[in-house]
Write a protein of this length. Structure first.
Length: 531
């Protein structure tokens, strides 16, 4: 029943790389696409179900919606984890050795592993999972499938049909993801008018947003910032995004014990001190602010481009796996394996970072700048057009928006280090004794206004970047948070230390699945049953 796998044979352009990551499961699980008839007046069904980027087709934008591009990183990671898990399970079912996401060897009718049948089954499977977890993004995708003459709304559980097989295995997946601690349905907090992914841990910031920085109840604890949502007087106070995942979400490659054991020590002596800062802690913060401002005045066009590029993880971190798929001409099974490893690693990186963020609940640089330097003018970066100059400390803003969660440790540092570690191990494994090794990572960051530019970037020229190693790229990711002014140095260093070993666990976890072994400590695998 093993299908033939293939990828589009094209030069790995930036557009290709981003698209490939997003739709990899939708390509990797399908057999070799029949050669397109360039003179045809209408695309075939399989051509409409599979993503095209040259020219872009409708399904590309349905599976890679802007709402996910600009979503909070934790939620974007979850979205692509679901897509990767769906693609992996269909790939595994059609392969004689590979185990499913749940460590099972699933049966599937052989006909569903042929090109068109596989693409249809994958579409039903993906729609059913997204319909539950991300209904706003799934709705237009469902209408698209119906318009093609398919039946995405069919709830059959007859596994001899494509709908039934997809529904049964989607139900197994949703049984897990509805109860994995993310509160995906909002049912842990409300009976009616539910709010998906809302906080179920009763987190409360120690410092309300309305307090001026000089009046903070616990000055070293996080204070939600007031942010401008438009240029028409619409302001809002931040609410910590998904704080509950730090204490309630289930890890996928780490064991619960390993997750609990990983900790980042506080950078402050008395982080819970009321009303005022201790003398040593104030010195620590002032030193950190000085370092931040030194970076601010050295913010070049290239550094600013990197700040915005790394800020959006799926226009930066997201292109790395597909870049190497193209450069190294990896086959689709290798590509699917890399994608699953990437998303498992990123998931546990986010859960780990959030565990420590909510445990420490520390203040952002913006708040400390306004508390300690109020009434003074500082020399800092003032914006792309104004450049460096004098600005009131209480009016200073970082180069990128401050995200709605506490400062320490840096989630970006954890995420990028874990991803680099996992990918490096997996690529070395795949390359074996190849003399070339892992090539440098070369990218061109798109300027403002281009289709692949980072949202909000002011940089109006393309910027080329080259990282000799994946570890260099991961360090750049962490450093960009310092250049952007959203973290103190201690947060990035702590994030990198916290990441140690997580990428290796993700690599070994996926390797086990692909070699037909249930990964050690896979808790979701223990109780996996088709229901």
């Amino acid at each position: 029943m093993e299908p033939r796998f293939s990828f589009f044979k094209m030069r790995p352009t930036a557009a290709f790389l981003v698209v490939l990551l997003v739709v990899l499961p939708h390509i990797a699980v399908v057999a070799a696409q029949e050669s397109a008839n360039t003179t045809a007046t209408a695309p075939t069904l399989i051509q409409q179900l599979l993503v095209s980027f040259d020219p872009p087709n409708e399904v590309l934008f349905l599976l890679f919606p802007r709402s996910i591009l600009v979503a909070q990183t934790a939620l974007a990671v979850r979205y692509f984890l679901l897509i990767s898990a769906v693609g992996h399970d269909l790939t595994a079912a059609c392969h004689p050795v590979i185990l499913s996401f749940f460590g099972t060897k699933d049966e599937i009718p052989a006909a569903f592993c042929t090109p068109e049948e596989n693409a249809i089954t994958n579409a039903y499977f993906g729609y059913r999972v997204l319909e539950s977890q991300f209904p706003e993004e799934a709705a237009p995708y469902g209408r698209f499938l119906a318009r093609l003459g398919l039946d995405p709304y069919n709830r059959s559980t007859d596994t001899s049909t494509k709908n039934g097989w997809a529904n049964v295995f989607a139900a197994r997946m949703l049984t897990y993801f509805d109860n994995d601690g993310w509160n995906a349905q909002g049912d842990k907090t409300r009976d009616d008018f539910r709010r998906k992914y809302s906080d179920s841990s009763f987190y409360m910031p120690r410092n309300p947003a309305f307090l001026p920085p000089s009046k903070l109840r616990r000055p070293l604890r996080w204070q939600p910032l007031t942010v401008q949502l438009d240029q028409k007087g619409y302001f809002a106070s931040q609410i910590h995004v998904v704080p509950h995942i730090g204490s309630q979400a289930k890890p996928l490659v780490l064991s619960p014990r390993e997750l609990r054991a990983k900790r980042a020590p506080s950078p402050y002596r008395t982080p819970n001190r009321k009303r005022s800062l201790g003398a040593e802690d104030e010195k620590t913060v002032r030193r950190a602010i000085k370092k931040l401002l030194r970076r601010s005045v050295k913010l070049t066009t290239k550094k600013l481009a990197l700040v915005h590029w790394w800020e959006n993880k799926f226009l930066s971190l997201g292109v790395i796996v597909p870049y190497y798929i193209g450069v190294l001409q990896l086959d689709s099974l290798q590509a699917n394996r890399l994608f699953l490893g990437e998303m498992l690693a990123q998931h546990d990186a986010m859960v780990l970072a959030w565990k420590e963020k909510t445990a420490h609940d520390l203040v952002r640089p913006t708040t400390m700048m306004r508390r300690l330097l109020a009434g003074r003018k500082i020399r800092a970066y003032r914006g792309f057009k104004k450049g460096v100059g004098m600005v009131k400390a209480e009016e200073w803003e970082p180069a990128v928006p401050v995200q709605p969660h506490s400062e320490y440790p840096s989630a970006s540092a954890v995420l990028c280090k874990v991803s680099a570690d996992q990918l490096e191990l997996a690529l070395r494994d795949m390359l074996g004794n190849a003399s070339t090794g892992i090539p440098p990572l070369v990218q061109t960051i798109a300027p403002m206004g281009q289709p692949l530019s980072a949202p909000g970037t002011p940089v109006d020229v393309p910027v080329s970047v080259r990282f000799e190693t994946l570890q260099e790229a991961a360090r750049s990711c962490g450093t960009s948070r310092l250049d952007g002014g959203v973290h103190f140095e201690a947060a990035v260093a702590a994030g990198r230390r916290l990441a140690d070993g997580v990428g290796e666990k993700a690599y070994q976890h996926v390797k086990d699945l692909y070699q037909g072994r249930v990964p050690e400590g896979c808790e979701r695998c223990i109780h996996a049953e088709t229901k």
